[in-house]
Unconditional design. Structure first.
Length: 525
């Protein structure tokens, strides 16, 4: 007789993603791990005990727990502060939203502004100054790599002209050297953000638990956190409660880092809590297409995009080699074709030991010859299907117009990468796009905008992207991403079959249960 289970899920349809046993009707959990899989009658007979919780999921489908392979839940609490401008579609709408926006200590703070709202005009504070009544304003654009600051905000930050940075960043100025308010990339934005009112620590702490709880309600059991913000916040939360999601954190490595800084990142890999750990390092090889900072093999239509985020790309490669030699996994933000190629070249230079240890994020437009290299080098392609919603199939959006038709026609090549044999992990990049895991799954199957239906995945491939392939991306395939004996009991139960249901129904699917290590983090009423 087997030891009694802590939890039994019965009378359900289980998609295990384990080739040895693809389907079952029941599973047992003890001490946070799956201890048995099989049919309901057998497991109830052999694994029930006086303290076993039994949940009948008749009519549901249980899958491995969904994981967002690219998210910013802690840093995002700062980014997604103030007025939400994600619904703004044009300049009139922006002006109306800013006129009505609440003031925080006299500031207008907002986020989620689509580049397309400017209708092709240069991003400039003159377009909104008159509706701000002199208030300092800091407006993040949706890509997270650029912002618009008002004149009063620039004055508060003592910005009067251009500056030089160790990384690819810019305070955009007019012909007379006066700042337009357009701030491109992190170093430039941080100058103003340093004087912007920010949420209090207690508010961020409460907000993090609320955010992760809401994420769990969409079926998420984990996230790969692509920044190192707020490790102290994670520690503090776990002093009082359990995290609703399991988090794997990759702190940033920025240009200018020296050997001591790299060794600090190596040492940081030992940092962990109950349900979070530092597990990798995040690099930026470029910025964004809309901001003109994606590193491209040929300039965009504005003559921009021919420079890497690292002024010396060889220094990036050396940093990756240093971390790889210490056993540290890396993730590289690479949107443009030149950025992706350089990251692949760097990983290829690591030799056989680099296989399976590194990943590339975003990969928004790449030529044919790069596709087979992902599988050949064992590099995970980490992509975000909801980003396609910021583009249009007629190429009238800013992303497509910047790149031109040829490069816009090879947008978000999820189908092509899977066909080429690549491991394809999927995520949202919240708060750049909504975190709802069901939307990630649905849009992976029916991509929007420039990507189009030709890049759509099957229902099974989409599910693999947030389960088994996400586990490979994090180096956790031995204990996550499948439902099998000995694996972590991170589980998601849908009210329909996420593989067989139409994509539009999946986007609104009921999530009946999520568990992290057998601990219930969401349960439908």
């Amino acid at each position: 007789m087997a030891p009694p289970a802590d939890l039994l899920l019965t009378h359900t349809h289980i998609r295990t993603l384990d080739p040895a046993r693809p389907e079952a009707t029941a599973l047992a959990v003890a001490d946070g791990r799956i201890t048995a899989i099989g049919d309901t009658d057998t497991l109830v007979r052999d694994h029930s005990g006086p303290r076993t919780e039994r949940i009948d999921l008749r009519g549901a489908t249980v899958t491995p727990g969904l994981v967002d392979a690219h998210s910013h839940p802690v840093w995002g609490l700062e980014m997604a502060t103030g007025a939400d401008l994600s619904g703004v579609r044009d300049l009139d709408g922006l002006r109306a939203a800013l006129r009505a926006a609440p003031r925080t200590d006299g500031w207008v703070v907002a986020w989620g502004l689509d580049h397309n709202a400017f209708g092709g005009r240069p991003v400039h504070r003159d377009l909104v100054e008159d509706v701000l009544d002199g208030a300092p304003a800091f407006l993040r654009l949706y890509d997270g790599h650029s912002a618009l600051a008002s004149g009063a905000a620039l004055d508060a930050a003592k910005i009067t002209g251009p500056r030089s940075f160790d990384q690819r960043s810019e305070i955009v100025c007019d012909a007379e050297g006066r700042p337009t308010g357009h701030l491109i990339e992190h170093a430039a934005m941080d100058l103003v953000y340093a004087v912007v009112p920010t949420p209090a620590y207690a508010e961020r702490r409460t907000g993090l638990v609320e955010l992760l709880t809401a994420m769990a309600a969409t079926g998420l059991t984990g996230a790969h956190v692509m920044d190192g913000s707020g490790l102290d916040l994670l520690e503090a939360v776990e002093q009082d409660t359990d995290l609703p999601l399991r988090l794997t954190v990759a702190p940033w490595c920025m240009p200018g880092v020296d050997a001591a800084g790299l060794d600090e990142l190596v040492a940081l890999q030992r940092t962990r809590g109950r349900d979070w750990r530092v597990g990798g390092v995040k690099f930026f090889m470029d910025g964004t297409v809309e901001g003109g900072t994606a590193w491209l093999e040929h300039a965009d239509c504005h003559g921009q995009g021919t420079d890497a985020f690292w002024p010396d790309p060889a220094a990036y490669s050396a940093a990756v080699r240093h971390l790889h030699a210490a056993g540290v996994r890396t993730a590289t933000h690479a949107i443009g074709d030149a950025a992706v190629r350089h990251a692949l070249d760097t990983i290829e230079g690591l030799g056989a030991s680099g296989r399976g240890a590194h990943r590339i994020e975003h990969i928004e437009s790449v030529p044919d010859d790069t596709l087979p290299r992902f599988a050949a080098l064992g590099v995970t392609a980490s992509m975000q299907p909801p980003h396609t919603a910021y583009t249009k199939d007629d190429h009238s959006d800013e992303w497509s117009k910047r790149l031109g038709d040829e490069r816009a026609n090879r947008a978000w090549r999820t189908r092509d990468l899977r066909d080429a044999g690549a491991t394809l992990a999927l995520g949202s990049d919240w708060p750049i796009a909504p975190y709802d895991a069901r939307r990630v799954l649905a849009m992976a199957r029916v991509p929007a905008g420039a990507a189009g239906p030709a890049q759509g995945l099957t229902g099974l491939e989409a599910l693999e992207g947030v389960t088994s392939h996400a586990a490979v991306a994090a180096g956790e395939s031995a204990e996550a991403g499948r439902i099998a004996v000995g694996m972590r009991a991170d589980l998601t139960a849908f009210g329909l079959d996420p593989v067989a249901a139409p994509a539009d129904e999946l986007a609104e699917a009921p999530v009946l249960l999520t568990t992290v290590g057998g601990r219930t983090t969401h349960r439908s009423q």
